[in-house]
Structures are given as C-alpha cells and as structure tokens.
Design a protein around this ligand. Structure first.
Ligand code: FPP
Length: 246
C-alpha cells in the first residue's frame, strides 16, 4: 500500500524545499565517479516532481548548485553544469505535459552561457504552466540572497522610497529572490546530514525540518510521501501554545 493513501490531501504543504544530498557517496558505493551520482540524481528529481503532482504541492524548491559548489574540483563543476544544460533542455516537453513551470533563484551571472541560456529558454517555454512551480536554486546561497536584499533596501532608502526606521518585514521579503512565493512549510534533507547549508535561511523560519538517511539518488516518491506523512503528524505552533490552536 502506498503511503499516499494515509495522507490528508487537504493538509499538504504548499511549498516543499529539498537539499538533495548524497550523490557523491551513492556513486562511491557503486564504485563509480561522483558525476554518475549526480546523473542518477536526476531520476529522483523526476520522481519527486511526480509525487508533488499527486499531492497537489504547488511549489518545489531544489538546491541544485550552491555558491560554495564552485570550489569543487573543476571536472565535477563542469560535469554538473553540462548535466544541468542537458537535463533542462531534455525535460521541457515533459514539464509542459505535466503543467510544470520552471523558475530559478540565485545569481545567474556566474553561470556558463549555455546554462543561463537553456534556463531562460525553459523558463519562457513553461511560463504558462500552473500545476507545480519547480524552482531550481542555482548559484544560490541564503547569505548571498540576504546581502542582495539589504543592498536593494539601502538603495530604496537612498532614493527616498521609505526611511531606515520604517523598514519592515514586508520590505525585506519584497527584496528577496521570490517575494510572491509562500515560505516552505517543509524542508527535507537527504543523506543523514543535519545541516541547512545556507539554503533559504529567511524563508524556513517556521518550516518543519525532515532528515532522512536515504542518499538522494535513492529518494523515491514513497520517501516524499513518508516525509509529508511525518509533517502532518507535527503540531505547528508558530510561537503559540497548543490550546490556542484549536
Ligand atoms: C549534493 O550531493 C548534490 C549536488 C551538489 C547537486 C545536485 C544536482 C542534481 C541532483 C542534478 C539535478 C538536476 C536538476 C535539473 C535539478 P553531494 O555531491 O554533496 O553528495 P556527497 O555529500 O555524497 O558528496
């Protein structure tokens, strides 16, 4: 029996964020190069996306490449960039068939031209889709996003849009990469690591965190359902006490 049958579809998270970790270790276990792990990780992305369609999840944000990942061996960085170009190009038809809209967060300027161009093309070709929004975090880190937001706010203050003492949470959110997207209610990290690794630090202030030992290429639709089932057992109090929630 699929765990899907035990899930209350009316209480699913609207936005799930995932740190897809463990590709390298997965490849090593099979005696393969690290890149083989990343290539195999693409199948897990497909699975999870289908799972989001089943659950009615509207936003899926995946940490595909962090600003720190540039420091990996050149061979791995080049391989990952090529994989992203190929995957994005190959998946557009299927994204459209499943009504998935592709978006991205992060600084695109440092990405290789081919990657930036393929990403832009795919975003345009899927722009009208409304079932699921797949947000790729590419050359992203939360500290970069926060510094960027502070710069925008400082410039707004300089231009007299508002004063420093009037700066509000709303101004801050508006200066982040995706102001109009609800915060993730559920953050998943695979591979048995208990870290947030500079991912969506502002947005996950109230997210439920779910960690699993599964390595990313082994993460399946059923594992996603397991995470959502676990999420539904949590009491989200947002600083209140239990009795105030009823
Ligand atoms: C972390 O595992 C994974 C990455 C840095 C890259 C993830 C990218 C993919 C799965 C490709 C996805 C493609 C699309 C289009 C979304 P790791 O290398 O840190 O693993 P390790 O901790 O075992 O070394």
């Amino acid at each position: 029996m699929s765990k899907l049958e035990s899930i209350d579809l009316n209480k699913c998270p609207e936005h799930i964020a995932i740190i897809m970790d463990g590709n390298g270790r997965w490849a090593k276990k099979q005696g393969e190069m690290r890149l083989f792990g990343h290539t195999s990780g693409v199948e897990a992305v497909r699975e999870v996306l289908k799972g989001c369609v089943d659950l009615g999840v509207k936003y899926l944000t995946l940490y595909a490449f962090s600003t720190e990942n540039w420091n990996r061996p050149k061979e791995e960085v080049d391989g990952l960039m090529n994989l992203l170009v190929e995957t994005i190009a190959n998946e557009v038809t299927e994204l459209n068939e499943n009504e998935v809209r592709l978006l991205s967060i992060g600084d695109p300027n440092q990405l290789p031209d081919a990657c930036r161009m393929e990403l832009e093309k795919a975003k345009q070709k899927t722009a009208k889709n409304t079932k699921v929004n797949l947000i790729l975090a590419l050359n992203y880190s939360a500290r970069w996003e926060i510094i960027n937001a502070v710069k925008k706010i400082a410039s707004n203050v300089e231009e007299g849009e508002y004063t420093a003492k009037d700066i509000s949470e709303e101004h801050f959110v508006n200066a982040l990469c995706m102001p109009n997207i609800p915060d993730p209610e559920l953050m998943i990290r695979t591979s048995g690591e208990y870290r947030l690794s500079n991912f969506l630090l502002w947005q996950i202030a109230y997210a439920e965190l779910y960690f699993t030992d599964k390595l990313w290429p082994d993460f399946s639709k059923e594992d996603l359902f397991e995470a959502v089932y676990d999420y539904q057992s949590r009491e989200r109090r947002f600083g209140l006490v239990s009795e105030q929630l009823t």
